[in-house]
Design a protein around this ligand. Sequence first.
Ligand code: PLP
Length: 428
Amino acid sequence: MTSTKPETIVLHAGYRADPTTGSVAVPLYQTTSYQFRDTQHAADLFALKELGNIYTRLMNPTNDVLEQRVAALDGGVAAVALGSGQAASTFAILNIAQAGDNIVSSTDLYGGTWNLFANTFKQMGIEVRFADPSDPENFRRLTDDKTRAFYAETLPNPKLQVFPIRDVANIGDELGIPLIVDNTAAPVICKPIDHGASIVMYSTTKFIAGHGTSVGGIVVDSGKFDWEKHAKRFPLLNEPDPSYHGAVWTQAVKPIGPVAYAIKLRCTILRDIGAAASPFNSFQTIQGMETLPLRMERHCENANKVADFLAAHPKVTKVIHPSKQDGESRRRADTYLKGGYGSLMGFELAGGKDAGEKFINALELFYHVANIGDTRSLAIHPATTTHSQLSEEDRKSSGVTDGYVRLSIGIEHIDDILADLTQALDKA
Ligand code: PLP
């Protein structure tokens, strides 16, 4: 039986009882390589005449279950698990862009992605043009015939203004450009493919795994982008690939389905650059993912209560959370987020930087870490940590004021979360 319900998908998609042992839990295949049946079998696997396991840098049966589950959750046709979220965003773009090409990215990005785009991609000859997402038309304005992708995060912190997925995907449809969405902060509550995204990626390190034990990333192919129709824009998928005995990816995978993007990513970028997912981390991520829909419900419920609490607190001048937005930001949040507004939140303290530091140092339940999406509640003072290397002007324009505190609300009992915030605010 196949289901479209997230609660069922995270438990059943891609695996049912190991045929050899009957194991109900997904087995951890902690192996590097796989015995071929005979030379013909080996040759067929390498020639993609038959799909199967060759070497764990390329594929692994434990990783495969995670891939199938995340693909099913997002309504994609295939996924590739990788060693980190950073590997996922890097590979998602390298799969279709090369030196001399450009992509247009939202300005509202995780700092690690910003560095990758502004510096490392630049070194590789891939230009990233940054578009302010408050006007989706900015994406069109920055596009030319060398543009290979649009890129954005669903729910980027610190501003936490939801990205206009449908509007930018529509512009991409007109111009023949796929939209890649980093949905790390909003799994389950947002399904970017339903709103027109062509590729979705995650840092599974965060909500998907949840328990904070395993770094990982994944790229999901919607199978909906017509790479062949836009053959001129995507030579890497439509011209003979010298690194794979002249395969033309859009043609070679036709008998399998609309998975050219995912198969090419696995067979070339992952093969060549590595950054493979560790099967052990995928095993851990599969365990965490089994409760993802339940956790997201509680994360969101707790976050709404924290936002209300903070908004009523005399030392708090501003609460940044979609539940407290109005106008266009709120309209976007209500359009794209279903079942909650996410667990990331910011707030500003009247006492500025000094109060921010005192607040963080007084926390007892919240962990003070540079992370998000853990089952535990987390806090950080960006002005003195994640954003301390930016100029004051850049920091403020990114939304991080001196008294800004970022929270990732966990799934502890709400009474304990509010009690910790209360005592820490008393000391701020
Ligand atoms: N994307 C977002 C939105 C993130 O928050 C992060 C990490 O914080 C990443 C990507 C990178 O993920 P990873 O740390 O798994 O490489």
